[in-house]
Design a protein around this ligand. Structure first.
Ligand SMILES: Cc1cc2nc3c(=O)[nH]c(=O)nc-3n(C[C@H](O)[C@H](O)[C@H](O)COP(=O)(O)O)c2cc1C
Length: 182
């Protein structure tokens, strides 16, 4: 069964992270389907699910939030991994944000879904492509321009997902959860 890698992305930076995760899983012999969260109509036919959203004003994009909400029961019955991407900062973004991993308003859904892992990746801001409103908000927030995505870290996370999926496929016993959640 393919692994679904669903993403919500406004300017493409998060989509590219999802695509990199997809390539890393494929490289390890796993079938994947990488697609925008808004385009997923059902989870039937998928094994594991990776869901990621860009952060805007502290929250996930609606498409990812709605995905988590509407598929909460199906997700609770699957192996799920969640990622947020946003902070334009060098180093570990979760450390920069004092351990923050995902928007607080998602906590009840995240508790229900019980993801195997949740991670926060750094993001990318190119002021030249931002819509006017985002450009103004970003200027007022003094968001740092640049591409801070840490591809080795993304690849390493994807490798751990591939290991877990491969173990599940082989029917090997798995650790209940990987921890690293808030
Ligand atoms: C208007 C605006 C608001 C943002 N708000 C946040 C935020 O609250 N927290 C955060 O970590 N990153 C924030 N970011 C950074 C984005 O999450 C980052 O640029 C991300 O990589 C964008 O991904 P996308 O291209 O997939 O939409 C913001 C960026 C913009 C332009």
């Amino acid at each position: 069964m393919p692994t679904l890698i669903a993403h919500a992305s406004r300017y493409g930076a998060t989509r590219e992270i999802a695509e990199a995760i997809g390539r890393a899983l494929e490289k390890r012999g796993l079938a994947v389907d990488v697609r925008p969260a808004a385009e997923v109509g059902r989870l039937e036919g998928y094994g594991g699910v990776v869901l990621g959203s860009a952060l805007y004003s502290g929250g996930w994009l609606d498409d990812a939030r709605e995905f988590l909400e509407s598929f909460q029961d199906e997700l609770a019955a699957r192996d799920v991994w969640l990622f947020s991407s946003g902070p334009t900062t060098p180093g570990d973004p979760a450390e920069a944000l004092g351990g923050w991993l995902f928007p607080e308003d998602l906590a009840p859904l995240v508790s229900k879904v019980r993801p195997r892992d949740v991670i926060l990746f750094a993001g990318k801001i190119d002021p030249d492509v931002l819509g006017l409103q985002d450009w103004l908000i970003n200027r007022s927030m003094r968001g740092l321009a640049g591409d801070f995505r840490n591809w080795p870290r993304i690849e390493a996370w994807a490798a751990r997902i591939a290991d877990a999926l491969t173990a599940a496929r082989a029917g090997a016993p798995q650790a209940a959860h990987d921890g690293n959640q808030n």
